[in-house]
Design a protein around this ligand. Sequence first.
Ligand SMILES: Cc1cc2nc3c(=O)[nH]c(=O)nc-3n(C[C@H](O)[C@H](O)[C@H](O)COP(=O)(O)OP(=O)(O)OC[C@H]3O[C@@H](n4cnc5c(N)ncnc54)[C@H](O)[C@@H]3O)c2cc1C
Length: 489
Amino acid sequence: MVNSTKNDDKTTKLVWLQREFRLSALPTLQAALESPGLVIVVYFHDPKYVIGEANSLWMAHSLKQLQADIKEKGGFLWIVSGDFETQFESLLTKYTIQEVLYSFQVGYPFNSLQDKALEICKKHKVALQPNYSEFLIEPENIHNQQNKPYLVFTPFYKALLAKQTLIMPLQEELEGLERCGQLQPVDQAWLELPLDLQDLMKKPWAKKMMAYWQVGEQAAWQKLNEFIENGVVDYDTDRDFPILNATSGLSPYLHFGEINPRAIYFYLQSLMADGALKAEHAMPWIRQLVWKEFARHLLVHFPQTESEPFQTKYKTMSWQEDLNSYQAWQKGLTGIPIIDAGMRELWETGTMHNRVRMLVASFLTKNLNQHWLQGKAWFDNTLFDADPANNVMGWQWVAGCGVDASPYYRLFNPVTQSIKFDSNGDYIRQWLPELKNLSSKAIHAPWENQNECQLKGVVLGSDYPLPLVDLKQSRSTHLERVAAMKVAV
Ligand SMILES: Cc1cc2nc3c(=O)[nH]c(=O)nc-3n(C[C@H](O)[C@H](O)[C@H](O)COP(=O)(O)OP(=O)(O)OC[C@H]3O[C@@H](n4cnc5c(N)ncnc54)[C@H](O)[C@@H]3O)c2cc1C
């Protein structure tokens, strides 16, 4: 064990993790372990740079798990808490770091941290080495015939499939992890989870939410295998029905890099080659995974879209500011059952089914006419998988202001969607116990079935709210606003 903070052979490498919380298929760590010298694996925890509370909670569990996993292999994960710039610079100088290896990440807060790291490395003449392992294909390697980024998903997907040879495999098992345990940190607290994250994990809401999940690399692979065994066959037909649990549930694991999209891609390819998985079953799911890739590429090319609409004409759109209706939406008290079920699922479990995400986003932006950034902010704070690229693409798509967006005149009617995708009302019953006795006919629109509500003892306006807005009227208002925006442009 080397106790000194000075490393005389001057070949210490820093593997800086941002959200690649795994010990396999990680080329930054692999490169550091394959070259001579000492290796530090570090995560910088600066509470100024967080996405949201639920996201931080998952991160806390994920880091704890990774610390345990690496310790079992004889290594250390340092978690350095405090101001990022100060701590990053101080580590570079104290340990005479020669090279920093990191996996490039897109969007806030990662872009800010990467910019700061670059400045500091330049100042100290330390090499800073990005790796694109979190992408299937590097963004610069995929573009349309005009050499421009793709703005529509299907051509992007086809181009990616045509360039499959550019998807590079990652080495699964990494050797020599004990080499990350040769240096002792100056502060022993770096071998523990920071206190603010420990406190977060103890909160009653946090414990309740985590009860739905297992976190970490091993759990991610287990979830993938269960999905391949039980779910992928019916994914294409069932994935839009929230009660069926027919999707993989992998998004938080993917967000935190506990599992890597390229590792998944090659794993599925090998199962297909062995005949254990049919392409007709695997491909619809791979296509969905490529949506994530598309979102990341878009944010690399158009970083301003994190806070601005891709379609600039939407800058002139007049949004409403109404705290009461925003809060009713947040709490799942809008009086529209499918919307409220989704919002309460989110609050309880840290996730929400994709179809319902689209419905609640459409309701907020188009029926309540509230800014998509308001919706994005709430998702950032409450989703475990809150992701700078996916969240912004999802919200802009629904609001109609993104690339390849849902057209302005397309407002999901939450009642017809509810009848279509939750015909028995079982998803609604799961999250709105106050409506559990209503029939599958009445449950989608209780206000239109007041007799039954009375018979079943559901007092509208007291047990369950009356609708916040008239769906027909609010649809017309939205279309008027869009028309006004078009004139203004
Ligand atoms: C308004 C809105 C906001 C969203 N915000 C996020 C977010 O912050 N983070 C996030 O990961 N996803 C977001 N999504 C996309 C999608 O809802 C989730 O990725 C999906 O529900 C995750 O469930 P799953 O892992 O079971 O997905 P599966 O159906 O099993 O799909 C596999 C993986 O593909 C990716 N994927 C699937 N659908 C999409 C999609 N539409 N866009 C991008 N990637 C996709 C995800 O990584 C997912 O884990 C949002 C969608 C909408 C409409």
